[in-house]
Design a protein around this ligand. Sequence first.
Ligand SMILES: [Zn+2]
Length: 464
Amino acid sequence: MALHFHNTLSRRDEEFVPLRGQEVRLYTCGPTVYDYAHIGNFRTYVWEDLLRRYLRHRGFQVVQVMNLTDVDDKTIANARESGQTLADYTRTYIDAFFEDVAALGMERAEHYPRATAYIPQMARLIRRLRDTGHVYESRGSLYFRISTFPAYGRLSLVNPEAAAGQARIDSDEYEKDNPRDFAVWKATRDDEPSWDTEIGRGRPGWHIECSAMSMELLGETFDIHTGGVDNIFPHHENEIAQSEAATGKPFVRYWMHAAHLIVDGEKMSKSKGNFFTLRDLAARGHDMRVIRYMLSSVHYRKPLNFTFEGLNQAAAALGRLDDLALRLEAVEPGLTRDGGDLVARTREALRGMTDALDADLNTAGALGHLFDFVRETHSAVDAGAFGRKDLEAAREVMSAFETIFGIRPGQRAALDAEIEALIASRARARTQRDFADADRIRDELLRRGIVLEDTPQGVRWKRK
Ligand SMILES: [Zn+2]
């Protein structure tokens, strides 16, 4: 089966064929480093990591660019509030972002350009647009004139005339000829960071950052551009307008967008108390592997409803896979016979996983095939009908899962040691008659799905 992706631009599933041989040039809109990224952001980043991993699994070479937006209205406002320079302020969140990337087992992109390191390229692109009449000046700021780009709205299907009726297209407006137009370059204000460039002193608008950095690092036409659905309008629509107006070439061949993450059926918001960063979940004792699994378990174009119940279910599913991996390590295939058609069915499961992922990265479908395999293999091992060939085939499935989903099955030992340590400190608390502390630890373990049982032989524990 050929690899297919749903292209937001054509609204169809299209066979994926890169422009240059086996090389895939991929641009993924990265974080605005004004705060910690939240789990909704990571839903998109983990999906993009899976996309990258799957392309590599399918034999492509991937050149991925993920930008770091380290200058925009929010970063400037927060830096000012904290009394730090923009560079010092954003450094904290850039470091935090890479810690989170590592914690989730994401592969590193080939390039992480910071916007502030590409100001001359942005100015050059804007100059090109000004020289060809797509950009005009108003009070020192430069705006893209949407009426000069007739294809505007093709990606988002936003009608530019209707959009003009909406109060705001761009959040930071100065003065424009037409409300639909958007800022590509902002006039210097006294207290804001600004740069001297060939188009004067000022700072870039957010949209131009991605156009300039993507074309600089990947070329004027590249293969895939991704982001969350909330990036489609105006961000990606504006990127297309700026890039194609400047080059006269198609900017991106496949546009792909991940749906929202909601929490308990509601939009995540700090005021509702349902807003979580990765760090919040880690502080509650949740395992990054489980979070990664949960974020990948729903097809990327479907909204993902995050709940703690769902996280527990993900832990249970991953636990079954971990159990199997540990069993396979211990199994002595020489002592048992090959299990009839088990090899064939294992291969079938692997093909099922690949077929599902070939069909627009249907991760839920792929995991369905994986767990058919997990169930059948557990029973074959139980029945002693599991031989050397079965083991080889099973290891292929495990390793494909690890490569594509970025989670190593059976890596639970570290976690078990942590649980043992918590149980030991609870025992200590009880000896010291600190029952409040002992209860706190028991609740903490319960939250992790660990049930304790006091027996005459000591404390036993099991997973719920
Ligand atoms: Zn972007």
